[in-house]
Write a protein that binds this ligand. Structure first.
Ligand SMILES: Cc1cc2nc3c(=O)[nH]c(=O)nc-3n(C[C@H](O)[C@H](O)[C@H](O)COP(=O)(O)O)c2cc1C
Length: 195
C-alpha cells in the first residue's frame, strides 16, 4: 500500500482546466475529497480555512452574479472595453471541468499562530484536495487567476478582503487524454544536505 502511495505521488499530474471534460464527481466522491482536504496539519488546530463548493447550477449563478460584474467593474476602472468575447471568457471561467472547490484562507487575527503559518495550512488544503481528486483518477488543477485576488470575489465566498485570501480554486473534471509529463525540478539544484 505505501509503495502505491509513493508511486502515485511521484507520477501524478495536473490536467489544465480548459482541457477537462465536464465530468462531475458524485456527492460521495466530493465528500471524500473534502475529507482529505480537511485532514491537513494546522498549528494549534485553528482551522484557518473555509471550503466553498461550486457545483451544478451554482457555478453558472456565481459566474453571472459575481464574476462577470467584478470583471466589468475592473474593466471600467482601467478604461478597458468589455467585449462580448471577454464577457464569454469570464462567464466560462468557472465552468471548466465538472466542479470547482474554492479554498479560502481565513486566518485568525490577531492570534499567537502567525498568519503565514495559517496561510500555509490553506495551501496544504489545496494540495490535499488536488491529490485526492487525482487519486480518484479525475483531472484536477489548482488555479488562482485574477479571481483569487479580487476583493468582490473574496467577499462573495464569505471572506474579509482585509486578511482573507483565496488560496485556490480546485477544478475537477474528466480526462480527455492522459497528460504529458512536464519538466520536473533538478533535485541537485533544489536539495542539499546541510553539513
Ligand atoms: C498557488 C498556485 C496557483 C496556481 N495558479 C494557476 C493559474 O492561475 N493558472 C494556471 O494555469 N496554473 C496555475 N497553477 C499551476 C497549476 O495548477 C499546476 O501547478 C501546473 O499545471 C502543474 O501541475 P502538476 O505539477 O500537478 O502537474 C497554480 C499553482 C499553484 C501552486
Amino acid at each position: 500500500m505505501s509503495s502505491e502511495v509513493i508511486n502515485f505521488l511521484q507520477s501524478r499530474r495536473s490536467v489544465v482546466a480548459k482541457k477537462m471534460l465536464p465530468v462531475e464527481p458524485s456527492d460521495d466522491q466530493v465528500a471524500n475529497i473534502i475529507r482529505c482536504g480537511l485532514r491537513v496539519p494546522d498549528h494549534s488546530n485553528v482551522q484557518p480555512w473555509r471550503i466553498i463548493v461550486l457545483k451544478g447550477d451554482t457555478r453558472q449563478k456565481f459566474s453571472e452574479q459575481v464574476v462577470l460584474p467584478a470583471a466589468e467593474a475592473n474593466a471600467a476602472k482601467s478604461n478597458e472595453e468589455m467585449t462580448d468575447t471577454l464577457r464569454e471568457l469570464e462567464l466560462a471561467r468557472l465552468l471548466r471541468g465538472g466542479i470547482v472547490i474554492a479554498v479560502l484562507s481565513k486566518p485568525l487575527v490577531p492570534h499567537k499562530i502567525p498568519i503565514w503559518e495559517q496561510q500555509l495550512s490553506a495551501g496544504a488544503v489545496c494540495s490535499h484536495l488536488l491529490i485526492a481528486a487525482q487519486s480518484l483518477d479525475f483531472a484536477a488543477q489548482w488555479i488562482t487567476e485574477w479571481l483569487a485576488y479580487d476583493p468582490t470575489i473574496i467577499k462573495a465566498l464569505g471572506g474579509n478582503p482585509e486578511h482573507d485570501l483565496v488560496a485556490g480554486f480546485i477544478h475537477i473534471g474528466g480526462k480527455a487524454e492522459a497528460p504529458n509529463e512536464r519538466k520536473r525540478p533538478d533535485e541537485s539544484e533544489i536539495v542539499s544536505y546541510w553539513q
